[in-house]
Design a protein around this ligand. Structure first.
Ligand SMILES: Cc1cc2nc3c(=O)[nH]c(=O)nc-3n(C[C@H](O)[C@H](O)[C@H](O)COP(=O)(O)OP(=O)(O)OC[C@H]3O[C@@H](n4cnc5c(N)ncnc54)[C@H](O)[C@@H]3O)c2cc1C
Length: 599
């Protein structure tokens, strides 16, 4: 591979040069009991905010809600711009108050911070963290704003916003700091925390012909996803994104800039790999291993409707026989949806199979469906395909991506049409559980079929095969076990996701009144569908970033046996609990809004 360096955004400046001495001074941790709100006498004075503004090179901005301008100036230019772009995830990510989902029934409503440090350098982050600690403010960290749980926005807070830190650098032979002479150099990519996955896919795959394991949704933030664990279409082949982390730069609660890897701060390094975003400090840079790029990526798609409940059960059973025999391996990921209207919707992605292998593989399953027209109809034509992997993330390629239409947007800034419905969506409910691979065994498979059938009477059930790692290569599983992600992922064949909602409902956005009774009914249907699956997997874990806001068992569900170790690491690096997110490590010590420490 040719060594290349891609610079996006401002060049990094020395950390020390930009930190005001007053703000960089180490604060002695005091027992933080209550965080300060704008109405409190202890809220920083205008002069203090001005000092922070100077320390961050002028990049301290007031934050207004996405449709704040609408409230002030109905029909004004800012309001028209927001309305026109409400289905563009890049636009939403570019707004300090932008959240990629517009709220969650009875859970959270987007609320702007008072101010945001629009960080351009690590030094800006240091200044923001020190300021928040000094004045006992509630800091909130945001990258691309994809948190379903609303953990990157909070009223009365100081936002540390990494969006403008988006430099991407490729390495031919990376050795983590302090490991020189001890570790084998490996090809890698470094990204500043505000980069999105499409920025890495463009640099690593489209331009350099290599592969980095990231997320499926192209506009998700790199730092947020790695701290989630992180799954992409090819995770069955390459494992989780967190498992590929070689090193990170983190600004911890004490304002120190730490380079963390397996040799230095191994505990914090481990916690960042799946321990949940927003709990450990502000990650400013990540370096991830890159892999040889498979020659082909491919897909299989189609929707089959069964004409009766009995035929639908047979269809599900036949699909799982086929899945277990032919798809349960490192080549295949992504989804099958078991629909409430007796539909099986397939949107599967492959890696490493060519244009002949893919259709040959699926042929027996198609033939079985086609042989029974009295029982089944293809409502969406079935198809398979494969293409040169290097072109996969090029919007001008053969498959369906939507480009950021705004003037000046990079040509490669595009999102999958399949992710469109989620942009700005308002959630009625959302739940997930890792389905143990034992359910695929011959004697148990019928139980799985019955549970999916029963659950789908209430709601569509999406099975994300790339988010359970049984079937992945041994090294991918071993690497995932060396992260904070719930080890249940290495015993699961899929993550089942049951979720629904409606179109954008941002505060201030003009839209018809929400039918709250229907929304609540929908939420209960999601609960009932989940319960049918849980009956067969009572202790199933749940993926921290795609999970139920109301999960009372969150610490066990998200991290399993790792939770006590994560608590201990939190106590070491953030003893005062400066960093709080809903259902994050240590959040049980705080009120739901994160402002008051519980007794
Ligand atoms: C439409 C959509 C599609 C998704 N697709 C996938 C997918 O394919 N695979 C998958 O695994 N997940 C997926 N997710 C979940 C996603 O990975 C997580 O929500 C992830 O945390 C989002 O990161 P972000 O920067 O985009 O979001 P944000 O909301 O900005 O951040 C998420 C969390 O991470 C914290 N955080 C962000 N940046 C930093 C930082 N630099 N330092 C410290 N904390 C930080 C925030 O405080 C917040 O708690 C998806 C979510 C959505 C809404």
């Amino acid at each position: 591979m040719h060594r290349r360096t891609l610079l996006r955004g401002a060049a990094a400046l020395p950390v020390v040069a930009l930190v005001s001495p007053a703000l960089s001074a180490m604060q002695t941790p005091t027992a933080l009991r209550r965080r300060v709100r704008p109405r409190d006498a202890a809220w920083p004075t205008a002069a203090s905010w001005q000092k922070l503004k100077e320390a961050v090179g002028g990049n301290l901005i007031e934050v207004h809600s996405l449709f704040g301008a609408r409230e002030k100036e109905p029909g004004g230019a800012a309001c028209r711009e927001a309305t026109a772009n409400i289905r563009n995830p890049f636009y939403i990510g570019d707004q300090p108050a932008g959240t990629q989902v517009s709220g969650w029934l009875d859970a959270w409503t987007p609320a702007p911070s008072v101010y945001a440090v629009k960080a351009r350098h690590t030094a800006d982050v240091v200044a923001g963290v020190n300021f928040a600690r000094q004045y006992k403010l509630r800091p909130v960290v945001k990258g691309s704003g994809h948190s379903y749980q609303g953990t990157s926005n909070a009223a009365d807070s100081l936002l540390i916003w990494t969006r403008a830190m988006n430099q991407v650098t490729l390495h031919e032979a990376f050795v983590a700091s302090g490991c020189e002479g001890k570790a084998q150099p490996v090809p890698a990519v470094s990204a500043e925390a505000g980069a999105m996955w499409i920025d890495l896919y463009d640099a690593v795959t489209s331009r350099a012909g290599r592969y980095v394991q990231g997320g499926g949704c192209t506009t998700v933030g790199v730092a947020g996803l790695v701290q989630s664990g992180g799954f992409g279409s090819c995770s069955q082949g390459f494992g989780t994104a967190a498992a590929g982390l070689l090193e990170a730069e983190v600004v911890t609660a004490d304002g120190n800039v730490r380079t963390v890897n397996a040799g230095t701060h191994p505990d914090l390094f481990w916690a960042i790999k799946g321990g949940g975003g927003g709990s450990w400090g502000v990650v400013t840079r990540l370096t991830l291993r890159t892999h040889e790029l498979p020659e082909f990526f491919g897909a299989a798609w189609g929707t089959i409707r069964a004409h009766s409940d009995e035929a639908f059960r047979r269809l599900i059973a036949r699909f799982f026989d086929f899945y277990t025999a032919s798809l349960f391996n490192p080549h295949w990921g992504e989804q099958a949806s078991i629909g409430s209207g007796n539909t099986l919707k397939l949107s599967m992605v492959s890696q490493g199979l060519d244009r002949q292998q893919t259709p040959q593989l699926w042929e027996p399953f198609f033939a079985w469906v086609n042989a029974a027209p009295q029982d089944f109809t293809f409502t969406d034509e079935f198809g398979t395909g494969a293409m040169k992997a290097q072109h996969w993330w090029e919007p001008a390629g053969t498959h369906r991506m939507v480009q950021d239409p705004r003037p000046g947007a990079p040509a490669y800034h595009a999102w999958w049409q399949g992710d469109q419905d989620q942009v700005g969506a308002y959630l009625h409910g959302y739940d997930s559980l890792w389905l143990p691979a034992a359910l695929l065994q011959e004697g148990q498979r019928q139980r799985l079929v019955e549970a999916l059938f029963a659950g789908s009477r209430h709601k569509d059930i999406e099975l994300h095969f790339n988010k359970g790692l049984v079937g992945a290569p041994r090294e991918a599983i071993a690497a995932a076990l060396d992260t904070a992600t719930n080890p249940a992922v290495t015993e699961a064949f899929a993550l089942a996701i049951i979720a629904d909602g409606e179109g954008a409902a941002y505060p201030g956005l003009a839209r018809p009144a929400m039918d709250l009774a229907a929304a609540h009914q929908d939420a209960r249907a999601i609960d009932r569908a989940t319960a049918e699956l849980r009956r067969n997997a009572p202790l199933a874990g749940s993926y921290v970033s795609e999970s139920n806001y109301f999960n009372a068992q969150w610490s066990r569900a998200f991290w399993g046996k790792h939770y006590p170790r994560l608590r201990a690491i939190k106590a070491q690096y953030d003893p005062d609990g400066l960093f709080f997110v809903h259902h994050g490590v240590g959040s049980e010590d705080w009120s739901a809004d994160g402002f008051t420490r519980l007794a």
